[in-house]
Design a binder for this molecule. Structure first.
Ligand code: ZN
Length: 624
């Protein structure tokens, strides 16, 4: 190969790269108007300035970052039309429910459509004269293959309704906002309303991060201002876990909050914002309930939005994104979201024992956690996380939420790091933050194991922990670990007979079942749980219990009264009805496995100095 030839190649590459730079990607422009807000409609016109030659496609998302099941957003998008710049019509074909194709067109193409939106939560959209609450995947079609193009939004009718714009999109003038690409746009929920604001700055490595609270609710400004003081405390407590705040894009983080009685309760994390909705009349009086959603979602601005599993990066908006890491991304976030509220003084240790009790029951007492590892339960999120279906599932026997499963693992790891290494889970989270989140290197599970090995300087411990409790179904010794902090794990209903029946109710008025018109009996409404006396007796959903212990059963109370009059090991003969006729079975009563956690003080046990110190180190404020 000659030098001249090499030079020619070098020149060729140089011209190519120049040529590429010359073709600047122009913004895809969304004009958003609300002529029919009273009937929950928005009108959207998309201008695509650089439509590639040949057929182009536009699609509606089927998933939403952070909400792991599929959602048919396409059902609420209609009147889809395409035009040339001169307004003349173009042919547009609907290829699938949510996929459209324009076979022939000029360089610039316009597409218009109507959005129906009437569900206020962290995933969907709602439009009415009080607001346009826009979670982007639910509201905006996108151009297939142009996900790297910048985007611009203009929001019309703001004056008409008295709305302002709250969003993590970049403000570029008047009512115009921009996003560098589709992924960022999808991550930027936008609330148009007469919301109230409180903003403050937090020192962060010599710089300032601005935090905004934008709340659409029926509260006075003073309520918002007082609530903001509580949020400030929470923010600083979480900052103390990682040692710093993330450097937010454009230097700002915004809590978008919508409080109204008909809202669905929800919170959804984003890189520089969170969308929180709460079903209540006002913020006032609900501050404590709200703050646990705030603390969970805010923790996500480190853990999941930046400490990001590779399985979710980049997010695929065409189908459910399956992840084996949600026990960490959601579970560890769940643990911290609750625990920092104790550190920040919002909850007492006594109150916190109920949360711990919930975590421990989930990991030790559910068939899902007994049979399947946390990784597998994470993958089930594609069905569990607001998944929509009309047929029942067998969640009671095959699923334990990765929130609580992972939260219980975080609890055990924190207590073990404290008792075996003189370290804390905060040390581990800081290491993961430095190695993964801060440098934006998406992780796989072995990366977390390697970080645990680094923190503990004990790769054997890390391997053992991951093999047993993450990939495996072994359980930590919670009783011994909690005792280090002077917390007692014990049976919640010791010595009491228990049948394990749940989800049962009267059949009266129910339709669609053989005995539904009967006034007799109690119908079991959902799957009985593996291992319970009622499951062992062969009873399941749809069975109608007519008699127990020879007595007619008209309601749940009558059944409970019979059980409470018995001892552990006693048998109850049950007569029941189902599609195959009338049957008889025997329930052998057991002791309930349900556990509770109480402080040693409450249990009348002595608390040692070591236990007091351990508990204080764990649960006292870390804000200096
Ligand atoms: Zn979460």
């Amino acid at each position: 190969m000659t030098k001249l030839y090499l030079l020619a190649i070098a020149l060729l590459f140089a011209t190519l790269s120049f040529a590429q730079q010359d073709v600047k990607q122009k913004e895809i422009f969304y004009l958003v108007s609300f002529p029919n807000a009273v009937h929950h409609e928005a009108e959207i016109v998309i201008t695509i300035p650089q439509a590639p030659s040949g057929a182009i496609r536009l699609r509606v998302s089927r998933s939403s970052a952070g909400r792991y099941a599929t959602h048919e957003f396409g059902k609420n998008i209609y009147n889809v039309k395409a035009f040339n710049v001169d307004g003349s019509n173009l042919v547009i074909k609907q290829l699938e429910g949510d996929l459209y194709e324009i076979p022939e067109h000029g360089e610039t193409v316009k597409v218009s459509y109507t959005l129906f939106a009437n569900w206020t939560d962290g995933t969907y959209a709602s439009v009415d004269p009080s607001h346009a609450h826009l979670n982007m995947p639910a509201a905006f079609m996108w151009v297939v293959g142009q996900d790297k193009h910048p985007l611009k939004f203009e929001f019309n009718d703001l004056d008409k309704y008295g709305w302002k714009v709250a969003t993590q999109l970049k403000h570029v003038g008047d009512n115009v906002y921009s996003a560098p690409n589709m992924q960022y746009m999808m991550d930027s929920p936008t609330e148009l309303s007469a919301y109230k604001v409180n903003s403050w700055e937090v020192d962060n490595n010599g710089k300032k991060e601005k935090i905004n609270l934008a709340i659409h609710s029926d509260d006075d400004q003073v309520v918002i201002d007082n609530f903001a003081k509580q949020i400030q405390r929470m923010v600083l407590e979480e900052k103390a876990v990682f040692g710093e705040l993330p450097a937010y894009d454009y230097g700002e983080y915004t809590f978008l909050d919508d409080v109204y009685p008909t809202n669905s309760g929800d919170g959804m994390e984003h890189r520089n914002s969170t969308c929180i909705v709460h079903p209540a009349a006002k913020v006032e009086g609900n501050e404590l309930r709200l703050i646990s959603t705030y603390s969970h979602e805010y923790f996500h601005s480190w853990n999941v939005k930046r400490i990001r599993p590779k399985s979710l990066e980049p997010f695929n908006f065409e189908h459910a994104n399956m992840s084996s890491e949600l026990w960490f991304a959601e579970g560890f976030t769940q643990y911290y979201g609750e625990m920092v509220l104790v550190r920040a003084g919002f909850h007492t240790v006594d109150e916190y024992t109920r949360t711990i009790g919930g975590l421990v029951n989930q990991i030790l007492n559910t068939p899902g956690a007994a049979k399947y590892p946390a990784t597998q339960m994470s993958r089930y999120s594609v069905y569990a996380d607001a998944g929509v279906s009309i047929d029942p599932n067998n969640d009671a026997n095959i699923f334990t939420s990765y929130y609580t499963y992972g939260g219980a693992i975080a609890l055990a790891l924190d207590l073990r790091l404290r008792s075996e290494f003189n370290l804390t889970l905060d040390d581990f989270m800081r290491t993961v933050w430095r190695n993964r989140g801060k440098v934006m290197k998406p992780y796989i599970i072995p990366d977390l194991q390697s970080d645990l090995a680094k923190v503990t300087k004990d790769s054997k411990f890390a391997a053992d922990f991951f093999n047993k409790y993450i990939y495996g179904i072994d359980k930590n010794n919670y009783e011994a670990l909690l005792a280090k902090a002077g917390l007692l794990l014990r049976k919640a209903q010791p010595g009491k007979a228990w049948a394990g029946i749940s989800g049962a109710g009267q059949v009266r008025g129910r339709s669609g079942q053989a005995r539904a018109t009967s006034d007799e009996g109690i119908a079991i409404q959902s799957s009985t749980v593996l291992g319970t006396p009622v499951y062992k007796a062969g009873l399941d959903a749809g069975d109608i219990i007519l008699k127990a212990d020879g007595k007619e059963i008209k309601d749940m109370q009558a059944f409970n009264d019979i059980v409470s009059g018995k001892k552990i090991g006693d048998k109850i003969v049950v007569n029941y009805h189902n599609r195959t006729g009338e049957h008889e079975t025997t329930i052998t009563l057991e002791e309930s496995p349900v556990l509770e956690v109480v402080t040693y003080e409450k249990a009348g046990k002595d608390l040692t100095k070591a236990q007091t110190d351990f508990r204080n180190n764990w649960l006292s404020t870390k804000v200096k």
